[in-house]
Ligand binder design. Structure first.
Ligand code: G3P
Ligand code: MG
Length: 249
């Protein structure tokens, strides 16, 4: 297996970390304007049918709305203010559809790590549907594009569903703490990379992942010295909230 090659080493967490409202088009534009070429964002299903950018199961933390994400349609979410919670200058920034975010990434030439994040209360059925619809949408959006997205998820159910829907789209398995059977889990879902919480990575584990031929990304790295140490362990890319601390290239 040839190792997965990330197109950039610094990837903006949730679109642009803490510098712009997470998972919005404004976040994607902000990082791009600073010269960064890669983003991670979270995709959930609005009303079980339309992929949108959202991290939480509920709307309160990042929008002017309330209640469960799954109870709102994409059209209803587009009317919410998902920007003011971060800064008044982002007032009125909507919850974007995955379609709008994908098109913007392609237009700006930004690499996208698409985290498939199933609405947790929905269980396996929603995880399966989220993986399926996100993968099909990604295939259609990036059709013919030179730089394809990398799909990732904590959910094995969602990853398997994405693999069945669009096997050609590359996948990464997300772990907070990496389980002992990580290698079997990645192999079973034909993943090309492992993404883990930087707090739970060791030099030995990093070396084992790289020896096995997988790409390796860590989140959330908000300290340059920690980033340098991780790169020295062989980590390929970092996901950060602090684009202001890192250099783009
Ligand atoms: O994809 C890496 C990271 O985003 C996973 O954690 O909770 O920020 O989506 P979370
Ligand atoms: Mg994420």
């Amino acid at each position: 297996m040839s190792a997965y090659r990330y197109p950039c080493r610094i990837i903006a967490h949730r679109g642009c970390g803490t510098l712009a409202p997470e998972n919005t088009l404004a976040a994607l534009r902000y990082g791009h304007a600073q010269g960064f070429g890669g983003v991670e964002f979270d995709v959930m299903l609005a009303r079980g049918e339309t992929p949108v950018l959202m991290h939480d199961d509920t709307l309160e933390r990042t929008t002017s709305g309330s209640g469960a994400l799954a109870d709102s349609s994409a059209a209803e979410l587009a009317l919410l203010d998902a920007g003011s919670w971060r800064d008044a200058r982002y007032k009125g920034e909507p919850v974007p559809t995955f379609e709008a975010a994908g098109k913007l990434c392609i237009e700006l030439g930004i690499f996208a790590n698409v985290e498939i994040k199933p609405y947790a209360p929905g269980g396996d059925a929603v995880a399966q549907q989220t993986g399926h619809l996100t993968a099909l949408a990604a295939r259609a959006l990036w059709a013919g594009a030179a730089q394809q997205p990398l799909l990732s998820s904590f959910s094995g159910v969602a990853l398997k569903s994405a693999m069945l829907a669009a096997p050609e789209l590359q996948r990464a398995y997300l772990f907070d703490a990496v389980p002992p059977d990580w290698h079997q889990r990645l192999a079973a879902l034909d993943c090309v990379a492992l993404h883990c919480n930087a707090k739970n990575l060791t030099a030995e584990l990093a070396a084992a992942v790289k020896r096995a031929g997988y790409g390796l990304m860590c989140w959330t790295v908000n300290d340059v010295a920690q980033g340098d140490a991780l790169f020295a362990w062989g980590v390929d890319a970092l996901c950060t909230d602090r684009l202001d601390l890192f250099k783009p290239a």
